[in-house]
Write a protein that binds this ligand. Structure first.
Ligand code: SAM
Length: 229
């Protein structure tokens, strides 16, 4: 066995354990979601120096003061969307591209938006190298969504927002689901929104900590002066 084959085999085993011990054991039950976590190589989405930590249940730095989210949270958010194979999804906050790759296993098309150009480039490179072809990455302010491909069956926001952006609500299709962290600059609650017969309802899932959504319908670039906001 070549060294590189051996390393990939080891990562495959670590990935299986992550799925079993950190995701399934904590209550994610959708077999399609669990399968996606055993297929997508998280170590390819983190900087080289963090590859060995890629299968721990923790966020990791990806540069530019941003993070790849904790695997359990990625799994939980994905499961709550109940995606169908034929559906289209908008992700706001591409970061490393890992969440987009997971979504791509479960639906027809993923549009993902990122405000930091270097992260757009890195994510595109990683996704292409892995042969994932149903994800389009755009450099854009995702707080106003992406009207060109709207409406979406599901929207997933991976940065914390002070309120649910109207633009995102407007881009959700009838029967659509949206999951996003809403709250202060420093901590939020995960909210699951649903649109049925034109009416929006939401439920709160768990407390979370995400980096801020910076943009027209999110936060300003600088943290608020009142540190509790
Ligand atoms: N989903 C990512 C992954 O799988 O690696 C993790 C995303 S990280 C927690 C949040 C990302 O949202 C950061 O890369 C950040 O630059 C991006 N972001 C923040 N505000 C944004 C905005 N208005 N539009 C697009 N991306 C934004």
């Amino acid at each position: 066995m070549k060294d590189s084959d051996y390393a990939e085999e080891r990562f495959r085993e670590m990935r299986f354990r992550m799925m079993r011990d950190q995701i399934k054991r904590r209550g994610v039950v959708d077999e399609r979601v669990l399968e996606a976590f055993t297929v997508i190589p998280r170590h390819c989405f983190v900087p080289d120096k963090f590859r060995e930590q890629a299968y721990q249940d923790a966020p990791l730095p990806i540069g530019y003061e941003q993070t790849i989210s904790q695997p359990f949270i990625v799994a939980l958010m994905t499961e709550l969307l109940h995606l169908e194979r034929s559906e289209s999804v908008l992700e706001v906050g591409t970061g490393s591209g890992y969440q987009a790759a997971i979504l791509a296993c479960l639906c027809a098309k993923v549009i993902t938006l990122e405000r930091i150009p270097q992260l757009v480039e890195n994510a595109e490179t990683t996704l292409r190298a892995l042969g994932i072809e149903n994800v389009s990455v755009h450099h854009a302010d995702g707080s106003v969504g992406w009207s060109a491909d709207a409406p979406y069956d599901a929207i997933l926001v991976t940065a914390g927002t002070p309120q649910v952006p109207d633009a995102l609500k407007n881009q959700l299709s009838e029967g659509g689901r949206m999951i996003l962290p809403v709250g202060s600059y420093w901590y939020q609650e995960l909210q699951l929104w649903k649109k049925a017969k034109g009416v929006f309802t939401y439920e709160t899932i768990i407390p979370v900590v995400f980096v801020p959504l910076i943009g027209d319908q999110g936060w300003e670039e600088k943290p608020p002066r009142n540190t509790l906001d």
